[in-house]
Design a protein around this ligand. Structure first.
Ligand SMILES: Cc1cc2nc3c(=O)[nH]c(=O)nc-3n(C[C@H](O)[C@H](O)[C@H](O)COP(=O)(O)OP(=O)(O)OC[C@H]3O[C@@H](n4cnc5c(N)ncnc54)[C@H](O)[C@@H]3O)c2cc1C
Length: 462
């Protein structure tokens, strides 16, 4: 049985590791377009900031570690075409030579590529001009070349999703003056604007200029004589034009699934053009599985979605690897659980926000609440702001959002809610969870439980 995985990031490597784990005799080959298998691209902002001192430290495992598990790595090798009938994969090596690799089962983990928003001038500018996209290790090296060789003093970041925010922090840490432009009304649009406003304030407190409701229209080289190299023209919500000069521009406006190879082999596409897969990560093409940022994701509350996240890619890859070996595992589904650190604060969400719950057919009620992360009489406590969403009719917990200090255990607290959601608990039943307590670290009623109790009071009164 020869398994071939295409892609050497979270999904492809997870599939390969799982297959080798379950069957140490399995013949597993991983085809990777670049030379950086199993790199934690989630850590890129912390390499750019300087907190991670060498790019090699971003490797979850080295190539040697991976090969020691018994998989064969074909680096700098690009998969070009799938011959479905002949079960062969055409690949091109770095030197241009072509080869056909036979497979019994194939796992596609080609991931995502950066979205290119419709900005005039963007296609004519690139890394040499100080204009960057950011998704791969290659993109990271380009960014670092600009930072190290051109010593930019200023940057405009287009997009204020979580990667844009992490990069605002990273570039600020490197001493750049940063302007962040976001076309939506508030930063971090994956959480409610009430929490986005708190994130916004944290950016502003660290001297990031935040321009929301601002749509970038044009990028151009700055006219001669000016110190800055690039000009960014945008339209504000009121219609007026906003222009900024900068030495560097980062375009981080999301990703789109990389599906060309799969689609040309006849794979059906689904939500947002991602590869359609069943819960076993099977595509409609015989003997071909797919996982990670290139596929649709089953959401436990909302059905089929597109949710490109590393945590999800690992899980889907693991399922694909097991099933490629002949197993019958199902991806249990995502809740979109995520967390981001913004300077000294963190924001997190799991499940559905109010409008998303409406779209999924629920009758949601959402409440805001604040609680201390631990007993306020013990030094160093921080307030946590939360939003709890539950279903009016059934009392079922539907979602939670948290914002608070980076040391307020925001990530682990959202995981309490994610666990409750996973098990379809009611909001009220969250109070029954036996959670830990000591005054320096918590309260007899854990902050999340205080939030769910506030929701229950609101739902009862309404
Ligand atoms: C800066 C940044 C920060 C992030 N932070 C987080 C975070 O904090 N938490 C989180 O959950 N997620 C985070 N993510 C998202 C996460 O990194 C992705 O969801 C995850 O990497 C997806 O893994 P993947 O294997 O599906 O695809 P990708 O990581 O996109 O990898 C695709 C792989 O396929 C290879 N490939 C593509 N085409 C071919 C081909 N034709 N032939 C051979 N190889 C090919 C590529 O070289 C690559 O190895 C972050 C992403 C970025 C960019």
């Amino acid at each position: 049985m020869h398994l071939v995985m295409i892609g050497g990031s979270d999904a492809g490597i997870s599939a390969a590791l799982r297959a080798r784990d379950l069957d140490p005799g399995a013949d597993v080959t991983v085809v990777v377009a670049d030379a950086y298998p199993n790199f934690s691209i989630c850590g890129i902002p912390y390499y750019v900031s300087g907190e991670v001192t060498h790019w090699r430290n971003l490797a979850h495992r080295t190539a040697a570690d991976l090969e020691a598990t018994g998989m064969a790595l074909r680096l700098d090798t690009t998969a070009r075409r799938i011959d479905v009938g002949g079960r062969k994969l055409l690949v091109t090596a770095a030197d241009g030579t072509e080869e056909l690799i036979g497979y019994d089962k194939l796992v596609i983990g080609t991931g995502a590529v950066s979205a290119r928003p419709p900005i005039s001038g963007l296609d004519a500018l690139g890394p040499a001009d100080g204009v960057h996209l950011l998704h791969s290790m290659g993109d990271t090296f380009s960014v670092m070349r600009t930072l190290e060789h051109s010593a930019p003093a200023s940057a405009v970041i287009i997009g204020a999703g979580y990667i844009g925010l992490e990069m605002a922090e990273a570039l600020t840490a490197r001493g750049l003056s940063v302007t962040q432009m976001e076309q939506l009304g508030e930063v971090l649009p994956t959480v409610d604007p009430e929490l986005g406003a708190l994130v916004h304030a944290e950016l502003a407190a660290h001297r990031v200029e935040v321009l929301t409701g601002t749509t970038v229209r044009q990028l151009s080289r700055a006219s001669a004589g000016g110190a800055a190299r690039l000009r960014v023209d945008a339209t504000a919500a009121g219609g007026e034009t906003i222009s900024r000069m900068a030495d560097m521009v980062l375009v981080v406006t999301g990703v789109r699934p990389d599906t060309e190879l799969a689609a040309s082999a006849g794979a059906a596409l689904g939500v947002r053009g991602a590869i359609a897969v069943d819960r076993g990560m099977r595509t409609n093409v015989p003997d071909v599985f797919a996982a990670g940022d290139c596929v649709i994701t089953h959401h436990r509350l909302a059905g089929e979605t597109y949710l490109p996240l590393g945590t999800t890619a690992h899980k889907q890859g693991r399922v694909a690897g097991e099933n490629a070996l002949g197993g019958n595992r199902e991806f249990a589904g995502s809740l979109g659980t995520q967390v981001v650190k913004i300077f000294d604060q963190a924001a997190a969400r799991t499940g559905l926000r109010d409008h998303e719950a409406v779209a999924a057919g629920f009758d949601p009620v959402t409440t805001s609440f604040e609680a201390d992360d631990h007993k306020a009489y013990y030094p160093g406590s921080h307030r946590i702001t939360m939003r709890v969403t539950g279903d009016r009719a059934t009392g079922r917990l539907l979602g939670m959002q948290l914002f608070g200090h980076r040391h307020a255990e925001i990530a682990k607290r959202i995981d309490i809610a994610a666990t409750a959601l996973f098990h379809a608990m009611t909001v009220d039943a969250v109070s029954d969870l036996d959670l830990s307590y000591t005054p320096p670290l918590g309260s007899p009623w854990e902050a999340v439980q205080m939030g769910t109790q506030a929701w229950t009071r609101l739902a009862r009164s309404g």
